[in-house]
Design a protein. Sequence first.
Length: 135
Amino acid sequence: MAYINAEQVKSIRLALKQAFPEYKFSVTKEHHSSVNVTVTKGPAFEIQKVWNRGQEQTVDLNTDGQSINHHHTHWYGDYQNFFDRIVTIIKTAPFVAGTSDRAWFDESDSMTDYFHTAYYMNVSVGKWDKPYQIV
């Protein structure tokens, strides 16, 4: 059963703050099973032209409430490494900080309707009611 506690969320928040001092993050727990990480403030993101499914697309992360697909970070061009590092911190910080006895895992099997993961995660830039602030 997916579960994350307040200590684990705090360890993620501290690790993000240490890894990216130029950015501000909102790290919250939702329904004891999910962690939501939002990049709320920092340097401006450059507009990216990326190829997705054979078509060129423009990605502007400075607009309001951009949800990041953490399974396909290559969609975000030059910021792929940035989002990959955020996802890695979300997965490893609780174990590294000693607030979890096991590293993040996902042993789900959707073919048999069996979902078993340490916890779920959501990553975004800005929120629908609080846009990303450029400093």
